[in-house]
Write a new protein. Structure first.
Ligand SMILES: NC(=O)c1ccc[n+]([C@@H]2O[C@H](COP(=O)([O-])OP(=O)(O)OC[C@H]3O[C@@H](n4cnc5c(N)ncnc54)[C@H](O)[C@@H]3O)[C@@H](O)[C@H]2O)c1
Length: 284
């Protein structure tokens, strides 16, 4: 049985990740400042802004573990505007550096973490270079939150260069949704500008968790980055028509049919075998 430390396991995405990993036979240790709502996994309170606590938490904790096989790193201030810009940047970069460096110190070579769609240029006040947006697009952070996510990816690239045996997978999640969030989706319909900021994308927390599980099992080495969104948008209107209406000057460079996502998930499908299972359309 593999033991996985999940940072931020008490949070919105973390709860789904803990459930998914436990259901698939992993032993999970949840490292978080806040206690979980349910005891699906062993919990230890850790402030990940403190390197000493972080390195200990990934090395050994009495009555919890004597070493873990992998780390799923989700803990962060999870968006812009929730704290001041500098606090968001300093906190999130410190947490990620501490987790990545502690994993290195503890000899853990399987690291999966939450990057973000925001570094793709959200809120897209400057239109994207083409549609769908894919991993080949240049990162274009527009907030200190997104800038910190780009710093995480930069640190990960260098850590992988330092250690060719290390695998680090950054999942650029779209906007995370739980089933209770779907009741408000029909209200997005009236105004295409309401959700243009992320090309009408979303990720069901359970599908996000599926991506995490598949990333943990992925056998490659080095850094890989994936966009993780659902297969459809939040809208009932045709995606191609929406894109043409709101981003009239942007070229649509791939076949897009029906309500297909405009945040490309082809790479995740191809390399991870990721396939979203939970569309809001079947649940609202
Ligand atoms: N929510 C979204 O729409 C979204 C989209 C893309 C990426 N992400 C990323 O996914 C991850 C999870 O987001 P979420 O929506 O579940 O957020 P969340 O706030 O629900 O969960 C984050 C967890 O991190 C913990 N945490 C924060 N600071 C900590 C610290 N110093 N030490 C230990 N734990 C700490 C919090 O207690 C919380 O339980 C984050 O990295 C976020 O940036 C979220």
């Amino acid at each position: 049985m593999q033991t996985v430390a999940v940072t931020g396991g008490s949070g919105k995405l973390g709860r789904a990740v803990v459930d998914e990993l436990v259901e698939h036979g992993y032993r999970v240790i949840n490292l978080d400042l806040a206690p979980p709502r349910h005891d699906r996994a062993a919990f230890t309170r850790v402030d990940l802004t403190d390197y000493g606590q972080t390195v200990e938490a990934l090395t050994a904790i009495d009555d919890r573990h004597g070493g873990v096989d992998a780390v799923v790193h989700l803990a962060a201030i999870p968006g812009p505007g929730m704290a001041t810009n500098a606090t968001t940047f300093h906190t999130n970069v410190a947490i990620s550096y501490n987790v990545f460096a502690s994993a290195r110190a503890a000899g853990i070579r399987n690291v999966v973490w939450a990057s973000s769609e925001t570094l793709l240029g959200l809120p897209l006040d400057t239109p994207p270079q083409s549609i769908p947006i894919h991993e080949g697009h240049q990162p274009r952070p527009e907030t200190s939150y997104a800038l910190a996510k780009l710093v995480d990816e930069t640190i990960a690239a260098q850590f992988c260069r330092w250690d060719p045996e290390l695998k680090m997978i950054g999942l650029r999640f779209s906007n995370v949704m739980e089933p209770g969030d779907y009741a408000r989706f029909p209200s997005f319909e009236q105004d295409p500008m309401l959700r243009k900021w992320n090309l009408w994308g979303y990720i069901d927390a359970r599908d996000g968790a599926q991506a995490v599980r598949r990333a943990l099992a992925y056998e490659g080495k080095g850094l890989e980055i994936f966009i993780i969104a659902n297969a459809d948008t939040v809208m009932s209107r045709d995606s191609r028509q929406l894109a043409a209406q709101v981003f009239a000057d942007v070229e649509i460079t791939a076949e897009v049919t029906g309500t297909q996502t405009l945040l490309a998930i082809d790479k995740a499908r191809r390399l991870l075998g990721y396939e979203p299972q939970h569309s809001w359309r079947e649940q609202s």
